[in-house]
Design a protein around this ligand. Structure first.
Ligand code: MLT
Length: 334
């Protein structure tokens, strides 16, 4: 009894402390375009853990995967207008709002994960982040590295562009990607990501392209049979915070958000390298998909798609911007 009496004030003050800490705690909402299990979700979870750890639990992030909060382009708008805190979406769905990021979706510019890391974590990434704040009202605070986009379809093995004859392929609402398919003489159907699975299931479209990890997370193996091991665009998926939200934070908190984003980005890169091969194998062995190598080392795909580069010099900020990117990657100017 005596112990109880002595402990009571301590219990009450601990409860008061907990209550006031709770009162200070806040929960942020994060939209995620892909299903749980993909690289977007992995980045989101890692960011949420890092933020929780670095704020002693004062900031919690709730994740809403699978397009629950709207299409990727809608969630970008909502973050920009202060109606949503955070969103993770594919870079190709930012390009319509901030055209200079298109330099990262020009076909056959990024050849793999290392190129993607060099660009996003260097001066190119910094400049594109500033442009995205200016043009789209969102700040990139982290990157998911999802791997090369691979073409899938439900009709036949595809090794050359001609094998796509008669098929309708879903593409993101992104001018550069639409033009790439047109260069291959394919009829693209631009469609929101959130509508893609159903369109494939109902046969409205015959194919689409996305990385192995995304094909697996979205269960596309239920509606697609063939994969072409192509690499025309490397899928980068930024984590963005509304710029209004970011500016409303204290300088210390802004630094914390950026540090959490960097830690989550590093985790995303390691995750891709650790998971991609195993997932590719599972798509074949467990889910019965067939993988076809592009004919002649993809040379026809590359030659045709690269002809569209000049059409986008203006929107990406000039040919010099592409040359700067190619120089970072140790390649010849365009
Ligand atoms: C798209 O195809 O629209 C996106 O790249 C999909 C994604 O966000 O993973």
């Amino acid at each position: 009894m005596r112990t109880y009496k002595l402990a009571l004030p301590a219990i009450i003050s601990a409860a008061c402390l907990a209550l006031s800490a709770n009162a200070m705690a806040e929960t942020w909402k994060m939209a995620i375009g892909d299903a749980a299990g993909g690289t977007q979700y992995e980045l989101g979870e890692s960011f949420a853990e890092e933020l929780k750890k670095r704020t002693d639990g004062k900031v919690k992030v709730n994740l809403f995967p699978n397009g629950q909060l709207g299409s990727e382009q809608d969630t970008l708008n909502n973050a920009s207008m202060g109606m949503l805190d955070l969103s993770i979406l594919a870079i190709n769905n930012i390009t319509p709002f901030s055209p200079t990021v298109g330099v990262l979706t020009l076909p056959y510019v990024i050849h793999g994960a290392e190129d993607a890391k060099l660009l996003t974590q260097g001066d190119v990434g910094k400049e594109l982040t500033e442009n995205t704040i200016r043009d789209a009202g969102v700040r990139i605070v982290g990157w998911a590295y999802s791997g090369c986009r691979r073409l899938t379809n439900s009709v036949r093995p595809v090794a050359s562009p001609a094998d796509l004859k008669g098929m309708v392929i879903r593409v993101p609402k992104n001018e550069i990607m639409i033009a790439s398919y047109q260069a291959w003489d394919v009829n693209p159907n631009p469609m929101a990501w959130s509508e893609t699975f159903t369109a494939l299931q109902q046969g409205v479209v015959h194919g689409q392209d996305n990385p192995y990890i995304t094909i697996d997370a979205m269960k596309f193996y239920e509606v697609q049979k063939y994969i072409t091991n192509s690499c025309y665009v490397f899928s980068l998926e930024p984590l963005v915070i509304g710029e209004g939200k970011f500016q409303s934070l204290s300088p210390d908190m802004q630094t914390t958000v950026l540090e959490a984003g960097k830690a989550a980005t590093d985790h995303s890169y390691d995750y891709l390298l650790a998971q991609e091969e195993g997932i590719k194998k599972r798509l074949v062995e467990d889910h019965g998909m067939t993988i076809t190598e592009p004919a002649d080392n993809e040379s026809e795909w590359i030659a045709k798609a690269s002809t569209i580069w000049p059409d986008f010099y203006k929107s990406i900020g000039g040919k010099d911007k592409l040359d700067e990117v190619l120089q970072v990657l140790g390649r010849e100017p365009a």
